[in-house]
Design a protein around this ligand. Structure first.
Ligand SMILES: NC(=O)c1ccc[n+]([C@@H]2O[C@H](COP(=O)([O-])OP(=O)(O)OC[C@H]3O[C@@H](n4cnc5c(N)ncnc54)[C@H](OP(=O)(O)O)[C@@H]3O)[C@@H](O)[C@H]2O)c1
Length: 272
């Protein structure tokens, strides 16, 4: 029986993925900052809820060790925990910037480092890093979030090469928009008193981001969980998996545009 460890499994994509793998007969280590948030998930067979904050290396080490002790092996790591920081770069505080990179970039790095000794010993293992189409194209007023996801893409692409000879695979799952707490409870926003220079373009962009029509083709978390399950089980040497119809459409459109044509499209589309 195979075992997956998931970070950020309290809500959204992480929670839906825990349910998807559990229903397929896997052992699921559903980690979260507050295990009391697990609710029904904790009562399912073969699901172990463990505390793990990706900014706390001791909690990462303890969860990985507990997984191997309880289930005898670890087959798949899903680095899912993450959140967005929006707003003008100039307005972001050092604490906001540090937390964004600590969670979305350093967290996955430290979690991979904790799992790799086990994967090397097994001569097998799969790391799935959840990035975003925002790791391959950029929209305005999300520079720091894009920085984290572009960063994790580059780390993953290089790491896939260095781990392949050891029998360990790295894959990327890249969703478009997903109906989760991402744009609500989880979103951080940078603003600075007296900084008004961005008001007009920020207002234009935010009116587009918040337009309910825009979310009409967003995916449900279960759709992204399905793509993650496919990536974990298809046995293919594939690096990237787009997740969601909007993600496929956006990337197809982007591939047909030069950088300049894409920039001009964004300026118009986001009323900058
Ligand atoms: N929703 C989208 O449109 C979208 C699109 C592309 C990519 N993504 C990516 O998908 C991933 C999951 O997001 P989601 O959409 O499912 O949003 P979500 O429902 O807000 O889930 C985010 C999860 O990350 C956890 N988390 C945040 N900081 C953490 C930390 N320091 N340690 C451990 N867990 C932490 C949250 O835990 P708490 O419950 O404790 O806050 C929560 O479980 C993120 O990496 C996000 O960037 C989302």
């Amino acid at each position: 029986m195979k075992t997956i460890l998931i970070t950020g499994a309290s809500t959204g994509i992480g929670r839906a993925t825990a349910a998807r793998f559990q229903s397929a007969g896997w052992n699921v280590v559903a980690t979260m900052r507050k295990p009391e948030d697990a609710g029904d998930l904790a009562r399912l067979d073969r699901v172990r809820v463990l505390p793990l904050d990706v900014t706390d290396c001791d909690s990462i080490a303890a969860a990985v060790q507990a997984t191997v002790t309880e289930f005898g092996s670890l087959d798949v790591l899903l680095n899912n925990a993450g959140y967005g920081l929006a707003g003008p770069l100039e307005a972001a505080t050092p604490a906001q910037i540090e937390r964004q990179f600590a969670t979305n970039v350093y967290g996955p790095i430290y979690t991979m480092q904790a799992c790799l000794p086990h994967f090397r010993t097994q001569k097998a293992g799969l790391i799935i890093n959840l990035t975003s189409i925002g790791g391959r194209l950029a929209l305005p007023f999300n520079s720091l979030y894009h920085g984290t996801k572009f960063g994790l893409e580059g780390i993953s692409e290089s790491l896939a090469l260095e781990l392949a000879p050891l029998g360990v695979q790295v894959k990327l799952v890249e969703p478009g928009g997903v109906r989760t707490d991402f744009a609500g409870r989880s979103l951080d926003f940078a603003k600075k008193d007296g900084l008004t220079a961005y008001d007009a373009s920020l207002q234009g962009a935010m009116s587009v981001f918040m337009d309910p029509e825009r979310g009409s083709d967003y995916s449900e978390p279960a759709t992204i969980a399905e793509t993650i399950f496919e990536a974990a089980t298809d046995g293919k040497p594939q690096l990237r998996y787009l997740a969601g119809k909007d993600a496929v459409r956006m990337m197809e459109n982007r591939a047909q545009m030069s950088d300049e044509a894409y920039r001009d499209w964004v300026v118009k589309e986001f009323r900058l």
